[in-house]
Design a protein around this ligand. Structure first.
Ligand SMILES: O=C(O)CCC(=O)C(=O)O
Ligand SMILES: [Fe+2]
Length: 365
């Protein structure tokens, strides 16, 4: 594997190499969460599922979640609309170019993406009207530094006019599920079950649909999304490939499951007790590939400071406390992955996330 340099510029060891070498895993575990999220689930059932999450979080950083309860049809409807959106010509898609949004919402093209990845994406964020547990229609303040901002959607009379409804139907169900999963993560970390609840009342949950065209047969190693770690606490997704211990471990789609992986915020919160695993996407299917990750981050004013329970006596955290969004952790990270900027905590946020609209985005065939 080529070396991995993390967002702070440090060369990073793939921590899960240790787990793999010790024979802790050679594949991503499948965890049936139904017994733990069912109405009236017993403490024993929840503890049993939390124990599996703990093992996966500490050794792999990735897990399949079965029994999650989101109908496949809801996902497929969003993918159908996404296909209609991505099939449009570039000019139509670029009307919703993410570079027009202070919070990177909208279309991210195949060309002009910072890493040269073979993918295009449509990005959105938290919208109160889509949240079954927060049904107020209050407008979210359009302020990148406060960390929310407005979504952009295709107009109703355009070819993908149903994209908003289809995405938000899925996203609303994912929000409900994510809040349950995050409680199980708290249990898995031996923390009070409600540890994350307050910061997930109005959470910083970003979503995106990605489209990966089939790779040219002449280029079997063409990268869909280059190696990276995710920014937030955990990601719920449909399918992907990741890496451990110097070789890439395949994570093929398993019907009826979602893939869940640990992100860097949880690594910071747990001082790397839970591993934010490096992963990438290579589309070798010969088909168009679509995926729809939702990145679960807390309210943007939340301070992320390593839980004392995750430190051994006398141990200090490797990580400085950092605010999730307001002073820019999320936005600096997104500027890095979407605009190719350097991650620098000292740079003024306005400069770090400023979009230079004079930079042309070139088209590729
Ligand atoms: O397409 C996928 O399955 C994964 C994409 C991904 O890793 C990401 O957007 O962070
Ligand atoms: Fe990712």
């Amino acid at each position: 594997m080529s070396k991995f340099v993390d967002y702070t510029g440090k060369e990073r060891a793939i921590r899960s190499a240790k787990g793999r070498a010790a024979g802790a895993f050679d594949e991503v575990p499948v965890i049936d969460i139904r017994p733990a999220i069912a109405e009236g689930a017993s403490d024993e059932a929840r503890a049993a599922v939390a124990a599996q999450i703990k093992h996966a979080g500490e050794n792999v950083g990735f897990m399949y979640l079965a029994g999650h309860g989101i109908p496949e049809e809801v996902q497929l409807k969003a993918f159908q609309q996404a296909r209609l959106f991505f099939e449009q010509d570039l000019g139509a898609k670029r009307q919703l170019d993410f570079k027009k949004s202070p919070v990177f919402r909208g279309y991210e093209g195949l060309a002009g993406n910072a890493q040269g990845d073979r993918k295009e994406a449509f990005n959105w964020g938290y919208e109160p009207s889509a949240d079954p547990l927060n049904p107020s229609n209050e407008d979210v303040v359009e302020d990148a530094t406060a960390g929310s901002g407005k979504n952009v959607w295709p107009s109703l009379d355009s070819p993908a006019g149903g994209l908003r409804d289809a995405i938000l139907d899925y996203y609303g169900q994912a929000l409900v599920l994510g809040r349950k999963v995050i409680r199980l993560f708290a249990l898995a970390l031996d923390l009070p079950e409600d540890t994350f609840d307050k910061s997930f009342a109005v959470p910083g949950v970003l979503g995106r649909i990605l489209h990966y065209p089939p790779q040219p047969p002449s280029d079997a190693e063409a990268i869909g999304v280059n190696q990276h770690t995710d920014i937030e606490i955990l990601t719920l997704n449909t399918e992907k490939y990741n890496t451990q211990a110097g070789e890439w471990l395949e994570v093929p789609p398993i019907p009826g499951t979602l893939v869940c992986n640990v992100g860097d915020m949880l690594a910071r919160w747990t001082n790397d007790r839970f591993i934010s695993t490096v992963h990438r996407v290579v589309n070798r299917t010969g088909q168009q590939r679509y995926s729809m990750p939702c990145f679960f981050g807390p309210n943007y004013s939340t301070m992320i400071e390593t839980f004392s329970q995750c430190l051994a006596p006398g141990e200090t955290s490797k990580y400085e406390p950092i605010r999730a969004g307001e002073v820019g952790y999320v936005w600096r990270r997104l500027a890095r992955s979407r605009l190719g900027r350097k991650y620098d905590e000292k740079e003024k946020l306005e400069d770090a996330v400023k979009i230079d609209s004079a930079v042309p985005v070139t088209a590729v065939a």
